[in-house]
Design a protein around this ligand. Sequence first.
Ligand SMILES: Cc1ncc(COP(=O)(O)O)c(C=O)c1O
Length: 268
Amino acid sequence: MEELADPALGSVRVLLKHDDNKARKLRYNLGHPRVLTFGGAYSNHIRAVAEAGRRHGFETIGVIRGEEHLPLNPSLAYAAERGMRLTYLDRATYRLKHTPAVLDRLRETWGDVAILPEGGSNAAAVRGCAELPAEVEADYDVICCPVGTGGTLAGIAAGLPPGKRAIGFSVLKGGGFLVDEVARLQSAAFGRVFENWSLELGYHFGGYARSTPALQAFATKHRVEEVYVAKMLYGILDLVRQGRFPGGTTVLAVITGLPFTGAEPVSG
Ligand SMILES: Cc1ncc(COP(=O)(O)O)c(C=O)c1O
């Protein structure tokens, strides 16, 4: 396990645990011969499902937000090379993607499919992510993760031993709805909402996949992925600066992603 070195930390320690939440979210979702899921044109989840389909031999269909752009960007090309069939929904319809009307239409087109929600966050995904804390050997007080659709935070918090707490950092602007969403996912997976987590909403840097020169410099300095991981780490350091962690606190930051170069495999 690495440790973040930054003079601003004082007596607070920040440990970095590399862990692929995409693989955890998929583990208990596999088993159907045909899987359909949703994502933006740069979605890590879309790539992870495509790679899982290739590896485990099931068909995959990716429903992508917006218009088709050819040639495919490296992220969608990666998915297509792994056999994923890509189809597109205009942005207005995409917003309604989880409604019965849109889902029925997709089933009419694609037949008998298992449908995974955007980001893969459903009850089975939450149960997969809940296995993470038991695998951490280091001692810590607070565990942190980035939040896009909420499944990772919902699971990690549910799997925490007593006395520890989880903080999620929203990468979305207007992420307030995620509080209800994390609670909903915990109820769906475990029949109850846990009280040991909170969400930070102020580190979105303009919204999903948006950035600022300060965040870009931070991501480059720490060599972390910018859409999710840099926002969380920046947020952790800012909370330390604000004195939000008592001296001597050990924070475990879950590094959920690597920068996508178009070449490295995505596990899952
Ligand atoms: C690298 C990375 N980190 C964090 C997340 C956020 O996870 P969640 O959507 O479960 O909140 C995602 C999205 O799936 C991701 O791809």
